[in-house]
Design a binder for this molecule. Structure first.
Ligand SMILES: [Zn+2]
Length: 235
């Protein structure tokens, strides 16, 4: 019945997929098998960690102050690869459930590693309220909720905010991008986050600027430690 009411296609290959247990599926079984996994849950000093850290003094300082524990991406993101279509649908075409599906999958596949150990709370990188209104959802929040459902950890969207609506990053050069994102974030009631181990979740890491700017704002969470999870790592 649900298939008649809600015909649905795989976000990667575009084929029609049947609902599973009365729930719409976002990605078909074949495409789930074919996802370009990074295996970074068990790989320390991986390319995502390097992207977050391996930059000038500013970042090293931010990481030290922010107590970065681990960073990892679930999938590699390459232009022209079918995963690009999947991420595009998730971000721009009103299919945020793709994010939840992939968040769940990552948590299921990584839960036997120590990557998600001892995390107290999950915080998705926020969108600016204006962009949130335009888009109707924050895709990173859906990824975070998928992870939270599997691990039984709360997702928080009330302590970190985006206070500047940065222009689309792809349109800018490196320096102006850095400048634009540097003070884009602010926190509220930091004392409620003191000494927590926070899982910070984003959809795609390219230069790492956004992640570092957010970590920098979260320095106000005294004694907190951070693990960074991104759904995709740009190649
Ligand atoms: Zn498919």
């Amino acid at each position: 019945m649900i298939d008649l009411l809600l015909p649905h296609t795989c976000g990667m290959c575009g084929r029609h997929i049947q609902s599973r247990n009365g729930e719409r599926a976002e990605i078909c079984d074949e495409c789930i098998k074919a996802l370009p996994r990074t295996e970074q849950a068990t790989l320390k000093q991986n390319s995502t960690e390097m992207t977050v850290l391996d930059q000038p003094a500013q970042i090293v300082r931010a990481a030290k102050t922010a107590h970065l524990q681990r960073a990892g991406a679930f999938l590699f993101y390459e232009k022209q690869h079918p995963v690009q279509r999947l991420i595009h649908l998730m971000k721009y075409a009103d299919r945020p459930e793709i994010g939840r599906t992939l968040g769940r999958l990552a948590a299921q596949e990584w839960r036997d590693s120590d990557f998600f150990d001892e995390i107290d709370i999950i915080i998705p990188i926020p969108l600016h309220s204006k962009r949130l209104r335009e888009r109707g959802y924050n895709q990173s929040e859906f990824i975070a909720r998928g992870i939270g459902e599997v691990l039984g950890i709360e997702v928080d969207t009330t302590h970190v905010f985006r206070i500047r609506n940065t222009p689309k990053q792809a349109l800018q050069s490196g320096d102006s991008r850095k400048q634009n994102v540097a003070d884009a974030f602010a926190v509220l009631h930091p004392e409620q986050m003191y000494h927590k181990h926070i899982l910070l979740v984003d959809d795609l890491i390219t230069t790492g600027e956004t992640m570092r700017a957010c970590l920098n704002a979260m320095k106000a969470f005294r004694g907190a430690t951070f693990t960074v999870f991104t759904l995709c790592k740009a190649l």
